[in-house]
Design a protein around this ligand. Structure first.
Ligand code: NCD
Length: 323
């Protein structure tokens, strides 16, 4: 992993690519959150634009479906005055057999300054970052089951917005941890930022075997796991990544691991409910909880724009020798 850690930082230790949370330190994560805070104001103005990345060209390379992530990267780039092109890879040359590297070389020939990459293979954004010209930044928008660092940072931003600090917080991540790149990035971020405890709550079939080594406490029972919790992060069952049936049925899953109003009462009374989306109502979360007063799910989406503006502007600045 050392190569990945070094790859995302420039010679001064500043972020030039954003590939994973693992390997970054607390001051860098805090810098992202503080920078995002200044950008959150921009979205509230009637003219939602600042000229920071004027003249820069950003390409969204999404080899996997996305709604929120892709849209908020587009809006973030637009609000920074960059030009952004979103590639629909399903209908592009890749489906005609062009290799990933050839696709990248062709985009580079169009004088691109940044790639935002989502790929079903873990490590694809790192591979691209290793092969592009020095001045190009690469941002990971979710790679396989590895990491989804901007999602984790917008979640951290939302937690800090409501709870002010990470010290003393108990956070439970509930559901399909095994297939979740979001959970991996969140666990790293929460530990780096100093949360009191990170819990994962899931059936054994949906937990990676080495999950404790990430620095979490493990619960296989939702009622026990939710006791004294300040933040609950619900995850969708990622059926598209399951090779075999890991669960009996969706209704059985909701009975054991779904977040209902009754279940929510077990957590601290001021606990917040989060979800990276897309939500499956009635499978991992009831509609009344998703739309209820403790839910900050749509706040997460709004915060995604400011956090992505922060990451894109930091990476671009640090890739130009810190001007
Ligand atoms: C997540 C993803 O793609 O990893 N969604 C997202 O980016 N908002 C989680 C998921 O697909 O369940």
């Amino acid at each position: 992993m050392a190569a990945i850690e070094n790859l995302q930082l420039n010679a001064q230790g500043k972020l030039q690519h954003f590939l994973s949370i693992e390997g970054l330190d607390q001051s860098l994560l805090t810098e992202i959150l503080d920078t995002a805070e200044s950008f959150a104001e921009v979205s509230k103005q009637s003219v939602k634009k600042i000229p920071l990345l004027r003249g820069k060209t950003i390409v969204n390379l999404f080899f996997e479906n996305s709604t929120r992530t892709r849209a908020t990267f587009e809006l973030a780039a637009t609000r920074l005055s960059a030009d952004i092109l979103s590639m629909n890879i399903a209908t592009s040359a890749t489906s005609k057999g062009e290799s990933l590297l050839d696709t990248i070389r062709n985009m580079e020939a169009m004088q691109v300054d940044m790639f935002v990459v989502r790929h079903s293979l873990s490590g694809a954004p790192h591979f691209i970052a290793q092969h592009v010209a020095d001045h190009i930044s690469v941002i990971n928008a979710g790679d396989g089951q590895h990491e989804h660092p901007t999602q984790a940072m917008l979640d951290m931003f939302t937690i800090r917005q409501v709870k002010q600090q990470f010290a003393g917080l108990r956070v439970a991540i509930v559901g399909d941890i095994l297939h979740s790149r979001v959970a991996r990035s969140q666990i790293h971020a929460l530990n780096i930022l100093g949360a009191e405890e990170v819990r994962v709550i899931a059936p054994k079939t949906l937990l990676p075997t080495d999950v404790e080594s990430l620095g979490v406490s493990v619960f296989n029972d939702l009622d026990n796991g939710l006791k004294n919790v300040d933040v609950i992060i619900m995850l969708r069952l990622q059926k598209e990544r399951m090779n075999s049936a890991l669960l009996p049925s969706e209704s059985e899953y909701f009975k054991c691991f779904g977040l209902s109003d009754e279940r929510l009462k077990i957590a601290n009374s001021d606990a917040i409910v989060m979800h990276p989306g897309p939500i499956n109502r009635g499978v991992e979360i009831s509609s009344s909880v998703a739309d209820g007063p403790q839910s900050v799910i749509l706040q997460q989406v709004s915060n995604g724009i400011a956090v992505r503006m922060a990451v894109m502007s930091m990476a671009m600045r640090n890739n130009e020798g810190g001007e």
